[in-house]
Design a protein around this ligand. Structure first.
Ligand code: ZN
Length: 309
């Protein structure tokens, strides 16, 4: 687009064996070549701006190191260098436009990309790209991983692995994990997998010199994960908020796995934070403010999940 007008288009199918990242990289490279041709005919232009909704393309396109779709990156830099040499008054910039942010040209680009992807004509490349191979391997790995989880029978007596019934394996951490401070996300993981600081784990794995009974009672009670979450008096802080969300929490037939669903995890995280459950010392993790403007983990979680005080 130049001064609100469409001045050129280009649309070509990239390859049968390439990833969306390759297509984005070669699209911006092709554009740089067309831009140079256009500037040669229109030397009064002084600004060139590339828009892309693919942040990884914008990060990689000027990267001189080895990376996927490196050839596109090399061509782009050659063309941009040529452009700046021939037209020293031109300023070149790039802008990330997630969700297109109302950039008119990008809806046109989307239509052209769809048209090219459905085309049965010749493709730009014949070979399989590095990112396509990586993507295919990753998809295959995830498929086999999920299949294995789906087909593995977990006995109801195995409290430890109930989380795998409600959480599908995913190679990318959930948004919840990314938003939660490291200490808490680690403790959530330990709680979900049952491999943390509690008697049930010490007992199952026969770890000596660690107490397997809970301290909350004078009569010996094995410190099960269910007990800590649902009943233990030592971790009562914040449980009322948990009970509001899960009124059947203290019902003997309550399934812990129902607490582990992704959309319910924020409430579990909140209680972990408040109660200090599943920490080595069994007390809430001490927040150390790094600077006066830092809201601290509690405030971050509260704001992220809109939870009570
Ligand atoms: Zn207890």
């Amino acid at each position: 687009m130049c001064r609100g007008k469409q001045v050129f288009t280009i649309s070509v199918k990239h390859s049968h064996k390439s990833s969306p990242f390759d297509a984005e990289m070669y699209a911006i490279t092709h554009t740089s070549w067309k831009v140079l041709l256009y500037l040669d005919k229109n030397p009064t232009i002084t600004k060139v701006k590339y828009y892309s909704d693919c942040s990884s393309t914008l990060k990689s396109i000027m990267d001189g190191g080895p990376h996927a779709a490196q050839f596109a990156s090399i061509l782009f830099r050659i063309k941009t260098h040529e452009l700046l040499t021939k037209h020293p008054n031109v300023k070149v910039s790039m802008e990330w436009t997630p969700g297109h942010r109302g950039v008119i040209g990008q809806s046109i680009v989307d239509k052209l990309a769809k048209k090219a992807s459905k085309s049965r004509g010749p493709t730009l490349l014949d070979e399989s790209t590095k990112s396509h191979v990586k993507q295919t391997l990753r998809e295959e790995l995830v498929r086999r991983w999920r299949e294995r989880c789906r087909d593995t029978e977990i006995p109801t007596t195995s409290g430890i692995y109930q989380a795998s019934k409600v959480l599908r394996p995913n190679p990318i951490p959930d948004q919840i994990m990314k938003q939660t401070p490291l200490e808490l996300s680690g403790r959530l993981n330990q709680t979900l997998t049952g491999q943390g600081y509690h008697g049930e784990y010490y007992h199952c794995f026969n770890i000596p010199d660690n107490p397997t009974n809970c301290f909350c009672s004078s009569t010996p009670i094995l410190q099960l994960r269910d007990h800590i979450i649902c009943d233990c008096l030592m971790y009562d802080e914040g449980r009322s908020a948990l009970l509001t969300q899960f009124p059947r929490l203290q019902n003997p037939r309550f399934q812990l796995s129902s607490l582990f669903h992704r959309d319910r995890q924020p409430h579990l995280i909140w209680w972990l934070k408040k109660s200090g459950a599943f920490t080595k010392r069994g007390i809430p993790w001490e927040e150390i403010p790094t600077n006066p403007h830092d809201p601290g983990p509690s405030a971050i979680i509260k704001e992220a999940y809109e939870l009570p005080d």
